[in-house]
Design a protein around this ligand. Sequence first.
Ligand code: KG4
Ligand code: ZN
Length: 333
Amino acid sequence: MGVLNVLGIESSCDDTAIAVVQDGRHLVSQAVASSAKIHARYGGVVPEVAAREHTMAILPVLEETLERSRISLSAIDAIAVTEGPGLLGALLIGVTFAKALGMGLGIPVVGVHHLEAHLYANALIEPIAFPALGLLVSGGHTTIVLWQGHGRLDVLGETRDDAAGEAFDKGARALGLPYPGGPQIERLARTARVEPRLRLPLANLGPESLDFSFSGLKTATREMVVAYPDRPGDIAWALEDAVVRALVKTMTRALTRHPVHELYLAGGVSANTALREQMSLLAARHAVRLHIPPVELCTDNAAMVAALGYYRLEAGHRMDMGASPRTNYPLGR
Ligand code: KG4
Ligand code: ZN
């Protein structure tokens, strides 16, 4: 059998991304158009604006992806598209485009879960080893999964309020920094003074919980900005430190309860250097192998969508041509 070329399409938030991936493993090419700069003016993603930008970007992004791949559209074997969760108007553009393209080319279309796709950014580096624990940290989710095979995911814990990325985004806003806040906070935190450190408290959800709570950080950061107006770097460090400590503490608990040998990190926040460092220390303490996608594949992209799509297709999944996007799409079985 020859190679299987899957075209991945991602439009759940503010990135219009398309990629070609062979056999769920080899990234051939990708292109992306981001509307983040437009949303930055409003301090967060404006759904109607995101949808409009996707409409305008999707064809040029497809053309750019194909041009870079040196593969013609007729050599594409299947299409994978993010079905949800995400913004309805934004998802609709990708899903409708995928269906139309699939019908036109007479090839199968498969819908994938955006968060599960984030984990598959790791599949572009080497095949996933099971059983594993996964930590998904994005702008909308903070979720721990027990991952026992392709399509076999169980949610062990998740945030009860804000996501880790949201904590960065809202903290950045309190500091007067633009959206998305994560990279801004990371940069500013590097300027922090060592002593005396500012510290933000962690939420206590009880000794058994594998859940998270980050909404308290938003208020605490705002109060800190008022109390220490001349220490933005120290406040950024305190916020980053609090988020990373919460993630490390709860993952330690998850690993103790589920002693697997593989740990996968994914989602936009996994681009964070402090988190990557602390997670590798945790992995060393527990003698597990840590897998983190390269920074450019941590945030939203279409390569991860195509990679997951390959395994979905292999399992016989196909998108119902009458299906609507799934804005609230639960992860797991
Ligand atoms: O996965 P992603 O690109 O989109 C969603 O599915 O949400 O994640 C975006 C989130 C944003 O909240 C952004 O602030 C955060 O990831 N992020 C970071 C970093 N880069 C992106 N957070 C902390 N440090 C970073 N370097
Ligand atoms: Zn994402």
